[in-house]
Design a protein around this ligand. Structure first.
Ligand code: SAH
Length: 243
């Protein structure tokens, strides 16, 4: 785990031997399950360390300081094989984590892995953000809402903002040219109770391929009708038509 270790050190994180073992177990289980269900195209040890594990940790500098509570609650929307939620839980064991994933098989992998890693305070939900966001115990409850590689920003705003507590923060990981997406999403974000998005480039030498964080603070409640029914946020995003 040398690449992860030195990258994490740059983020101010000294991973201890238990954490490094957990990352090793994560790697082994990922590769094992990947032979049966499609979890990732990235399988080389160095690549997994950098493009999955370290990339997940790269959101930490964007956490709001101080976070609302001592043990911040965090939800990862469309977690897939656990990114970014699970590497964050390994690195910061005090967080309370919910992993939300629509595909049952991936959710089964996440449950298996959570047990294997002996992690407390991790809940895996198999379901769609459009449904779960209307459940009382998850709506506007989280200090931090994360999502990586799930949808374009206007749709993703609708899938993430409803989960965030007022005063909390949404951090979305994006690659490549995102200016257009961000300006398209600006009005949607406002409607859903978010601040104007701030875009930060990930400044890690190990990840020098145009990775960005879109940071949104939750400033007012999300109207109860959002998110709309499953599929609608992506199919018919609430875009600003300049009206
Ligand atoms: N975040 C992971 C996975 C990205 S792939 C990573 O970066 O590696 C996108 C994942 O989001 C898929 O596993 C898909 O099943 C899930 N997903 C897509 N739309 C969703 C929704 N509306 N609710 C919950 N999960 C969703």
């Amino acid at each position: 785990m040398q690449y992860l270790c030195s990258g994490a050190a740059r983020l101010g994180l000294q991973l201890n031997s238990r954490q490094l073992e957990q990352f090793q177990t994560y790697y082994r289980e990922l590769i094992d399950w990947n032979s049966r269900i499609n979890l990732t195209a990235i399988t080389e040890p160095k690549e997994v360390q950098l493009k999955h594990f370290l990339d997940s940790l790269s959101v930490i500098p964007a956490f709001k300081q101080p976070v609302i509570s001592e043990n911040p609650s965090l939800i990862d929307i469309g977690s897939g094989a656990g990114f970014p939620g699970l590497p964050l839980k390994i690195a910061l064991p005090d967080i309370k984590l919910v992993l939300l994933e629509a595909t049952g098989k991936k959710a089964a992998f996440l449950r298996h892995l959570t047990q294997k890693l002996n992690l407390d305070d991790v809940e895996v939900l198999a379901g769609r953000a459009e449904d779960i966001a209307h459940q009382f115990q998850y709506r506007q409850r989280f200090d931090i809402v994360l999502s990586r590689a799930v949808a374009a920003l206007p749709a993703l705003a609708e899938l993430t903002l409803p989960f965030c507590a007022i005063g909390g923060r949404i951090i979305i990981q994006k690659k490549g040219d995102i200016e257009g997406e961000v300006s398209q999403a600006a009005r949607v974000i406002e409607i859903l109770g978010g601040s104007q998005p701030e875009v930060k480039k990930v400044e890690l030498a190990e990840l020098a391929d145009d990775r960005y964080l879109v940071i949104i603070d939750k400033v007012s409640p999300t109207p109860a009708k959002y998110p709309r029914r499953p599929g609608m946020p992506a199919k018919r995003p609430i875009v600003d038509k300049g009206t």
